[in-house]
Write a protein that binds this ligand. Structure first.
Ligand code: NAD
Length: 334
C-alpha cells in the first residue's frame, strides 16, 4: 500500500523513514508547502515520491495519511483526509481544541476509518515497562506522578508550551494510571511572545493521586524526568539517560503506629534499586506498525482518536485555568 505524509519539517522525516522501512509500504507520497523541504526529504529517503499539492496527494491511491504539520493544520487537513476515505494518523496533540478533536473522532467513526494520534512515548520501552509494573500493582498504591519536561526551544509558533510539550506527559500519566484527571489547574507566563513559554500544571486524579507537570521552553538544560511515588516502590524515569532510563527503587515510608499526631512512628524502607533491561525498538517504528495493523483491520490502535481527544480536554482545561489565575477546572465527563 501507499502512505501519504503531509509536513516534512523537524518531525515529519522521522515518520517518512519509519513508514519507508515497512515491507507492506510500497511508496511514501510526500507533501510540504515548502518546496525546498519537500525536495530535500524526498532525495534523502527510499520509496518516497513528491506530489505537487495536497489535492494531488488526496486524489492518489494512498490508503492512509499522516499529518505532521503545525497543530493549527491538524484539523483542517485531517478532516479533508477522512472525507476522502483515507485512514488518518495525526501528530500530537490531535487538534487545537476539544471541538476540533471531537469532529475528527466523529468523522472517522462515521466513515469507519482509523484515526490514530502519535503519542509516541506510549510506544517506548520505558513507558511500556512502567505500565506493566504499575498494572500489576508493582509499586503499591500510587501517591503522585511528577514530571519535568524542559529545554531551550524548540518553539512552536502556533501554540503555547502546554500544547507543545504537555501532550507527552498527560498521555504518559493517564496511560500509566489508567484514567484521566478529574480536575486541572495551571499557571504559566509568556516572556518572548504573547503565549506561555513556562507553565506548571496540576492534575487531580480519583483516589487521592496528584500529578504535576513542569513544561518550559526557556531552560538552560534539557530535562525529561518523571518521578512516580508508590506505597511499595518508587520509579525514576529519566528519558535523557542513554541506558537505564527507568529505575525502580524499593523504597517507601510506612506508619508503624499512629498514636496521635506527635507520636506517629514512621519507618523508612531503603531497599535495592533495579534498572530493568528495556526494549530499545524505536517508538516510531511501533507507531507506524500499529497504524498499519489497525488499517488492515487488526483492531483499534493503542492511541486512537478518543485517547487524543482526552489529552486535548486536559490541555484546554489547563488553558482555561491559566486564563483565570490558576483556578481549579473540573473535567466534564463526556
Ligand atoms: N511525537 C513527537 O514526539 C513529536 C515531536 C516533534 C513534533 N511533533 C509534532 O509534529 C508536528 C510538526 O512539528 P515540527 O516540529 O516538525 O514542525 P515544523 O515547523 O518543523 O514542520 C512543519 C512542516 O509542515 C509544513 N507545513 C506547514 N503548514 C503546511 C500545510 N498547510 N500544508 C503542508 N505543509 C505544511 C511546513 O512547511 C514544515 O515543513 C506538530 O504537531 C508537533 O506537535 C511531535
Amino acid at each position: 500500500m501507499n502512505i501519504g505524509i503531509v509536513g516534512l519539517g523537524y518531525w515529519g522525516p522521522n515518520l517518512v523513514r519509519n513508514f519507508a522501512a515497512l515491507d507492506a509500504v510500497e511508496g511514501v507520497l510526500c507533501w510540504d508547502q515548502d518546496p525546498a523541504r519537500l525536495a530535500t526529504v524526498v532525495r534523502q529517503y527510499p520509496k518516497t515520491r513528491a506530489v505537487g499539492s495536497l489535492e494531488e496527494l488526496l486524489r492518489s491511491d494512498c490508503a492512509g495519511v499522516a499529518v505532521v504539520t503545525p497543530i493549527s493544520f491538524h484539523h483542517p487537513i485531517g478532516m479533508e483526509v477522512l472525507r476522502r476515505g483515507k485512514h488518518l494518523l495525526v501528530e500530537k496533540p490531535i487538534a487545537a481544541s476539544v471541538r476540533e478533536a471531537e469532529e475528527l473522532v466523529a468523522e472517522a467513526a462515521r466513515r469507519s476509518l482509523v484515526l490514530m494520534v502519535d503519542h509516541t512515548f506510549l510506544y517506548t520501552g520505558a513507558v511500556r515497562h512502567m505500565r506493566e509494573v504499575m498494572e500489576q500493582g508493582g509499586i503499591g498504591e500510587v501517591y503522585y506522578v511528577d514530571s519535568v519536561r524542559v529545554n531551550l526551544g524548540l518553539f512552536q509558533h502556533d501554540v503555547n508550551v502546554v500544547w507543545d510539550l504537555a501532550p507527552h506527559d498527560v498521555s504518559i500519566m493517564t496511560h500509566l494510571l489508567g484514567r484521566g484527571p478529574v480536575a486541572v489547574s495551571a499557571v504559566g507566563v509568556g516572556h518572548l511572545n504573547t503565549m506561555e513559554d513556562v507553565a506548571y500544571l496540576t492534575l487531580h486524579f480519583e483516589g487521592n493521586v496528584i500529578g504535576h507537570l513542569h513544561v518550559n521552553w526557556l531552560a538552560p538544560v534539557k530535562v525529561r524526568r518523571m518521578l512516580i511515588g508508590g506505597s511499595q516502590k518508587m520509579i525514576v524515569y529519566d528519558d535523557t539517560e542513554p541506558s537505564e532510563k527507568v529505575k525502580v527503587y524499593d523504597r517507601g515510608v510506612s506508619i508503624v503506629s499512629r498514636e496521635g499526631i506527635y507520636r506517629t512512628l514512621v519507618e523508612y524502607r531503603t531497599g535495592d534499586m533495579s534498572a530493568p533491561k528495556l526494549d530499545t525498538t524505536e517508538a516510531l517504528a511501533l507507531v507506524t506498525r500499529d497504524f498499519l495493523r489497525a488499517m488492515q483491520g487488526g483492531g483499534p490502535p493503542l492511541c486512537d482518536g478518543t485517547a487524543g481527544l482526552d489529552v486535548v480536554r486536559v490541555l484546554e482545561a489547563a488553558d482555561r485555568s491559566m486564563r483565570s489565575g490558576g483556578a481549579l477546572v473540573r473535567m466534564d465527563r463526556p
